[in-house]
Write a protein that binds this ligand. Structure first.
Ligand SMILES: NC(=O)C1=CN([C@@H]2O[C@H](COP(=O)(O)OP(=O)(O)OC[C@H]3O[C@@H](n4cnc5c(N)ncnc54)[C@H](OP(=O)(O)O)[C@@H]3O)[C@@H](O)[C@H]2O)C=CC1
Ligand SMILES: O=C(CO)COP(=O)(O)O
Length: 323
């Protein structure tokens, strides 16, 4: 079986490394921070789960055509990281959830542009702490290449169950966009707007996700699966989510988390992309406006509530009906 190299020793990269090591895979974890826990094996980014001695730790990325490379750096760091390291693995699997603010690209497009290797995306509902503790988790591995079945086999374990998809665009947009809707849901709960409003935001947020994904060439059914609905449900309803917690703080409840919060950047990137594509994304626009400090909560609310009344379907995904 292929060796696995995980680049990015943050919460998610470390959790994947631990889970795959527990399942008997040969794993190297690469990160600029690994010297800080080389002897203690106690990574502050993954508290409470020691990094086993059987995982090789490295500060420099060094992969061969025998290795599967998992890229678990934050989205805004991905293109710079690949430009700097130029690895040539058997396959490069993005684990980041987001859209690159500078270029509007998703993770697999960045890999395809920069590397001579098949690209894939690993995404779906999963908190790093759950994966590291070996709790049951179901994810999607999506690729257009012929490496999908091999990746599914190599990266699945007894508790980490991967479903195969041939729609990387849909899978990565699901993972990116649910973070923006999770911020909106956090704002809603933080501001005391109620559970009914959160359910409305999740549902109409799903409509926005679907609309954008279809406009970008994704299959609508991908958004109904783990990478879309599944991750939306997890992230919009759990205080464990950094995006939801960031939203709580924007809504006036609690301090802003300092941890990686992908939805802040994705909201801005997606509003730009939506304008270019002519896709109506009112919730994302509201989140981007509040993140930028251009909109108050009251302004964002009246923006959403004063929209013309309309039919529910097929307006949700028929972009042409909005023109
Ligand atoms: N945490 C989770 O539950 C999940 C996270 N994800 C996704 O995984 C991705 C990573 O998130 P997560 O691990 O939680 O984030 P963390 O903040 O925990 O870790 C990010 C890691 O990336 C490293 N890093 C940041 N910038 C660079 C760079 N320019 N070059 C090299 N390394 C860099 C950081 O290094 P340093 O420590 O030195 O700053 C850190 O080790 C995100 O896209 C997230 O959406 C997906 C599913 C679940
Ligand atoms: O992607 C995640 C769950 O699937 C993690 O969500 P947060 O980044 O909001 O913590």
């Amino acid at each position: 079986m292929s060796k696995i190299t995980v680049a990015g020793a943050g919460a998610f990269g470390s959790a994947l490394a631990v889970a795959l090591d527990m399942a008997g895979r040969e794993v190297t974890l690469v990160g600029r921070n690994v010297d800080a826990f080389r002897s203690s094996r106690d990574n502050p980014r993954l508290k409470g789960v020691p990094i086993p001695e059987s995982i090789t730790l490295a500060t420099e990325l060094n992969v061969t055509r025998d290795d599967i490379l998992l890229l678990a750096v934050p989205m805004q760091a991905l293109s710079g990281y690949l430009e700097q390291t130029r690895p040539t693995p058997k396959a490069a699997v993005a684990c980041s959830k987001g859209v690159d603010l500078a270029s509007g690209r998703g993770p697999t497009a960045i890999i395809d542009d920069l590397l001579d290797a098949p690209s894939a995306i690993l995404t779906g509902p999963s908190f790093a702490a759950d994966i590291a503790r070996g709790l049951p988790t179901a994810l999607v591995i999506a690729t257009r290449s012929d490496t999908g079945a091999d990746l599914q086999e190599t990266l699945s374990t007894d508790t980490l169950r991967l479903y195969l998809s041939d729609d990387p665009i849909g899978a990565e947009l699901g993972g990116a966009l649910k973070n923006v809707i999770a911020i909106a849901c956090g704002i809603c709960i933080g501001a005391g707007l109620g559970e009914s409003a959160r359910a409305a935001l999740m549902t109409r947020g799903m409509a926005e996700m679907l609309r954008m994904a279809v406009a970008m060439g994704a299959k609508p059914e991908t958004l109904a699966g783990l990478a879309g609905f599944g991750d939306l449900a997890l992230t919009c309803t759990s205080a464990q989510s950094r995006n939801f917690s960031f939203g709580l703080s924007l809504g006036g409840k609690g301090p802003a988390p300092t941890a990686t919060t992908e939805g802040r950047h994705t909201a801005r990137a997606i509003v730009k992309l939506a304008e270019t594509k002519g896709v109506d994304m009112p919730i994302a626009k509201m989140v981007a406006g509040m993140v930028e400090g251009d909109l108050t909560l009251q302004q964002a609310l009246s923006l959403l509530l004063s929209r013309p009344l309309t039919k529910e379907w097929p307006y949700a995904y028929r972009t042409d009906l909005h023109r």
